[in-house]
Every structure is written in structure tokens, then in C-alpha cells.
Design a binder for this molecule. Structure first.
Ligand code: DGL
Length: 275
């Protein structure tokens, strides 16, 4: 689910100006995939703060300082037309602050509790996120607003962020990890009735097939990726796009893995550099 962003102050940015997608690692690629579907012509820079990964284990102050500082510098240097914080952890903590400091529209990624509450028949919704995300007041507010008459079972699954990173490096990931996460959520009081699971971390959307097998039939997964892509399309409506070739990725710590480079290529990201 995306949140409101201020409309662009510049109706006609440079056609080559990119959309900047920012995450701590590979998670934001789940949003890039949806963005390619709705705006195939948009130039994109994919930014990963791999030197700060995982965000889920950091404090609120650490995340807010890192994200606001990095996005300030990236925006100054790369001149994006729009910034998308493709990370639930960073968005639920720092979205307001980032909007205060950047002069371009900022789209956040926050847990898709509203569509999950509408879709659930049993009224029991699981929410998988990082340690940091599941304790946020932002999530309390979404629950109050959209799922007050539902049971929201929050579960931290930090091992899934690491599993997504490993998967995109081309490494094999043990099924046991997914079974453990499913069992953890099911073990909560009322957890056996869960029929809808919110993937409240962009990394987890890269593992939907594995999670689906672990939870078994009868459980639907919801994330915000499609809505965020449509929100970006809406905010850039009428703008010209000029995509001169493959897009680039910038990492705060460059990966050594050839497997990861192959995954980035799969998403149309052929130029990789350090930021
Ligand atoms: N992709 C990030 C999210 O959506 C979190 C991963 C991490 O712990 O850095 O929350």
C-alpha cells in the first residue's frame, strides 16, 4: 500500500530524470518488477543501502538518520523526478522526515493492512515484517483505521530478509526457514484461522512461492507493490520519459556475488556502482 505523496512541484522534469527506488537490499526489486509493468519506459535507479542491511535490527534513530541522510545526498547527486522508499522498515519510521527534507515527491511502502482486512474471510490476518516494522506506531495506526474489527497477528521474520538476499545471489535456501515462519504465525492464539498474510517487508515478496508452499492452500498473500507502482504512475502522469538503455543500480557496499549481478540483470539493472 502506498501513502499520499505531495504532487510534483515540477510538471515537466528532464525526460531522462530517473525514478529512484531505495531499499536496504534487494527487497525493492519486488516493487521494480511491478513498476516495469506499468511504466516500462521509465528510467530507474535502484539504490540499496547494503552497508546498512539489515534495517530490521536497527533502532528507529539509526534508521531515520541513515535513510534521511542517504536520500538527501542521492537526490542532490542523481536528480530523480520521484523517490520511492521501497522498504517498509524505512517508510514506517522515516517517511515523514524524508518528505520534510526532499523537494521531490516521495512514495512510501507501508504494510498493506487495508486490502488484507477487506480480503480476509476468517478475520484473522497474519503480518510478517521485520522486528523494527512490527513495533511501529505507524502499524498501530493502520490497524486501528482498517482492521479494528479484525485480528492482526504480527510476527517478526528477520530470517526471511536474509533468505531473499541469498535467493537472489543464486544460493539455495532451506525450506525449513519457511516452515518455521509459518509455524510461528500459526502458533499464536487464533493463528490457525489465518487466511490472509500481509508481506510487510519488500524482501518477503520475493519469496511468495516458498511461503505459499509452507503455509499451504487457503492462505492468500498481500503486499503493496502493485499499488505503489500505480501511485508512481499517477504522480508522474503527463511527464515524458526517455530511457536510453539498461538502468543502473547503486549499492553502498558493492556485492561480490556473480549470482546477484545476474539477478540485477534480470530486472534490467546492468550498471552497478558504489555510492
Ligand atoms: N526490505 C526491508 C523492508 O521492507 C527490510 C529488510 C531489512 O531488514 O533491511 O522492511
Amino acid at each position: 500500500m502506498s501513502t499520499a505523496a505531495r504532487p510534483s512541484t515540477d510538471a515537466s522534469p528532464d525526460p531522462a530524470a530517473p525514478v529512484l527506488l531505495f531499499d536496504s537490499g534487494v527487497g525493492g526489486l519486488s516493487i521494480l518488477a511491478e513498476l516495469r509493468a506499468v511504466l516500462p519506459q521509465a528510467p530507474v535507479i535502484y539504490a540499496a543501502d547494503t552497508a546498512g542491511l539489515p534495517y530490521g535490527e536497527k533502532t528507529e534513530a539509526q534508521i531515520a538518520a541513515r535513510v534521511a541522510g542517504l536520500l538527501g545526498r542521492m537526490t542532490e547527486r542523481l536528480r530523480p523526478r520521484l523517490v520511492c522508499i521501497a522498504c517498509n522498515t524505512a517508510s514506517t519510521i522515516a517517511l515523514g522526515m524524508v518528505r520534510e527534507v526532499l523537494a521531490v515527491p516521495v512514495v512510501g511502502t507501508v504494510p498493506a493492512i487495508k486490502p488484507a482486512a477487506m480480503a480476509s474471510r476468517s478475520g484473522h490476518i497474519g503480518l510478517l515484517g521485520t522486528e523494527a516494522t512490527i513495533r511501529q506506531a505507524y502499524v498501530d495506526r493502520l490497524e486501528q483505521e482498517f482492521a479494528r474489527d479484525r485480528h492482526l497477528h504480527r510476527h517478526a521474520a528477520p530470517e526471511l530478509a536474509a533468505a531473499a538476499e541469498a535467493k537472489l545471489r543464486g544460493e539455495s535456501v532451506e525450506d525449513e526457514i519457511f516452515r518455521r515462519v509459518a509455524a510461528g504465525l500459526r502458533a499464536r492464539p487464533g493463528g490457525e484461522a489465518i487466511d490472509t498474510v500481509v508481506l510487510a517487508c519488500t524482501h518477503f515478496s520475493l519469496l511468495q512461492g516458498e511461503l505459499s508452499r509452507a503455509f499451504g492452500a487457503g492462505v492468500a498473500f498481500v503486499d503493496g507493490a502493485g499499488g505503489i507502482a500505480r501511485r508512481i504512475a499517477h504522480l508522474t502522469q503527463g511527464q515524458r520519459f526517455e530511457r536510453g538503455g539498461a538502468d543502473r543500480a547503486i549499492f553502498t557496499r558493492l556485492p561480490e556475488s556473480a549470482g546477484l549481478r545476474a539477478s540485477l540483470h534480470h530486472y534490467g539493472l546492468d550498471h552497478l556502482s558504489a555510492f
